[in-house]
Ligand binder design. Structure first.
Ligand code: NAP
Length: 257
């Protein structure tokens, strides 16, 4: 049987970059997707040298609605089957919804939600047919509550959580794993890019990327549907269940103003 092949979106930095290393260390061949081609090539060279795996670099802008289909068709032409799809690419932006750029927020929905959904729909039938692998979607703790001052970002992550949970329940083959990795704040480029670095909520429970990714990877391999890396982080969804929503909204807003 051919080696497993994982496609990882957003592999040019942070969580995606580190996940690629874990898949490669276990012998998975890879397809790496993001916009920054040079970074993807550097990672591909590193993984080929260190682990002897095959790595295919496919630079794409996932805010382009055509990108998922182009990725799927490109790989089909190359005769590359995907066993594991890791939908990790994503971004956020801090500020009141009405003040943030409209096109940028629509792009956020496209990257965080539409591309993730489209890629899943394109690759899942092949995964089911081959009977192995699965889907690892990178959501966030943000998906468990509304997020004033990051309204669109939190809403996109609520979609990722709900969608992934539903898919996992539809899946009949126990060899196919469907997981949502839902970290709290993680030390990557994300904090600076989304202007969250100085937010109290972000600083309160910041984790290093290594342990987050390790827990996510192992959770996925063990078929855990929702993976919440960290100790405090595991408690938050439980606390949220017992806190009135009006209060949750106010607390998140005050910590993220
Ligand atoms: N860091 C956190 O605090 C945190 C917490 C919870 C969840 N998450 C989630 O974790 C995921 C990874 O984020 P990260 O923390 O690793 O941040 P990051 O270091 O900024 O990485 C984001 C990745 O997404 C890619 N990406 C962004 N826009 C894209 C586009 N239009 N087309 C293709 N690729 C795109 C970036 O690549 P290019 O720029 O090269 O395109 C990059 O590889 C995201 O979904 C994020 O929402 C992060």
């Amino acid at each position: 049987m051919a080696a497993e092949r994982a496609l990882i979106t957003g592999a040019s930095s942070g969580i995606g970059w580190e996940l690629a290393k874990l898949f490669a260390a276990d012998g998975s061949d890879l397809v790496l997707v993001a916009r920054r081609e040079e970074r993807l090539k550097a990672l591909a060279d590193e993984l080929k040298d260190e682990f002897g795996v095959d790595v295919f670099v496919l630079p794409k802008d996932l805010s382009d609605p055509q990108a998922p289909k182009e990725i799927y068709e490109h790989l089909k032409r190359e005769g590359i089957d995907i066993d594991v799809l890791v939908n990790n690419a994503g971004f956020g932006a801090r500020g009141p919804f009405a003040n943030l750029d409209a096109d940028m927020q629509v792009d956020m929905v496209q990257v965080n939600v539409a591309a993730l959904t489209h890629l899943t729909r394109l690759f899942l039938p092949g995964i089911i047919e081959r009977g192995r692998g699965g889907i690892l979607n990178v959501g966030s703790l943000a998906g468990f509550q509304p997020g004033p001052n990051l309204a669109v970002y939190y809403a996109t992550k609520a979609f990722v959580l709900s969608f992934t949970e539903a898919l996992s329940e539809e899946m009949k083959n126990p060899n196919i794993k469907i997981s949502c990795l839902a970290p709290g704040p993680v030390r990557t480029e994300f904090g600076e890019k989304s202007e969250l670095d100085d937010s109290l909520l972000f600083k309160m429970s910041l984790m290093d990327v290594g342990p987050v990714v390790r827990e996510g990877y192992e959770g996925f391999r063990h078929g855990k549907v929702i993976v919440l890396p960290g100790v405090k982080q595991k408690l938050i969804p439980v606390l949220l269940r017992f806190t009135p929503r009006f209060l949750v909204r106010k607390i998140v807003k005050s910590l993220q103003s």
